[in-house]
Design a protein around this ligand. Sequence first.
Ligand code: 8ID
Ligand code: ZN
Length: 342
Amino acid sequence: MSVLEKTGGNIVYKKIPVPKPGPDEVLINIKYSGVCHTDLHAIKGDWPLDTKIPLVGGHEGAGVVVARGELVKDVQIGDYAGIKWLNGSCLQCSFCRTANEPLCPTPDLSGYTVDGSFQQYCIGKAAHVARIPKECSLEAIAPILCAGITVYKGLKESGARAGEYVAIVGAGGGLGSMAVQYARAMGLHPIAIDGGAEKEKMCKELGAVAYVDFMTSKNIVEDVKKVTPEGYGPEAVILLAVNEKPFQQAAEYVRPKGTIVCIGLPANAFFRASVFDTVTRMINIKGSYVGNRQDTAEAIEFFRRGLIKAPYKVVGLSKLQEVFDLMEAGKIAGRYVVDTSC
Ligand code: 8ID
Ligand code: ZN
């Protein structure tokens, strides 16, 4: 399996023991796992939060339940289930009680504070594992388990309504390719912002109404505004880039009274917006962090209905380091999914 032994080091592919589920846990035979940029942040130690070490990363794991603890009633052996970022939460604090589980002060984070899905056998708290319908392809649904849930939640948090425009910043990446699809399925008009011709082609195929290339555009703010009907800018901006600069630009092109949703987590980044503009243009700025169990069920239902077909490539888990190298270079259009059997 793939293990990180030292923050900032390379990952090591090796055999490790199969864990045993506790009373409220299930053991999932992970077949496929998506590779999220968060996994790369974890390896590099980008965030002000320590990982466990040694660490098995991964939090987009789809597989089959093979064992369960004695308190688990509603998940059966043989069910399809998914490991997501929120592996577990206390379920008793006021955040958990009000369906804000991602804000629980004592969360278990898959592939960060507990071992995740870059292995064949992974533990999840039964209350939190994603319920995956049997008709779903496990490799195709893997990226829904973080990327899909997160962007779906972010789009809901933006308050944008059918018929409105939404800028997706980082649209060519893993979360972005999902966001373009979810936006469309929700009746919104997505404007894709990313770099390069391959990502442009993908975003347009997925249904983006326009593509603004941050690497060649001479004026991103004007280029984004001019593709909206009256030129006032999009009602919402979903920030997924792993770069601070576009966070600054968003406040300049969002439509007055519009909403900026921060989701991407570049290391040591700050959001800077003009106070004058924020006030006189009545801009809303907020963060959005994965999703709760209901968001998970809803995001999966869009997928089950065939509304989300974001592109992914499959490689063996033993090639994971190569996927991280491509990700670091910004060369991945869509998502990589690893097959844990090879
Ligand atoms: O709950 C959350 N908030 C959450 C959940 C999951 C992931 C947050 N994330 C975070 C990740 O930790 C990461 O920081 O979202 C970010 C994006 O994750 P990802 O989609 O898995 O990363 P990616 O596939 O590498 O895509 C990033 C895209 O951003 C583009 C890149 O070209 C790439 O396609 N990008 C960059 I870097 N700079 C850009 C810019 N200036 C840009 N796109 C537009 N303008
Ligand atoms: Zn993720």
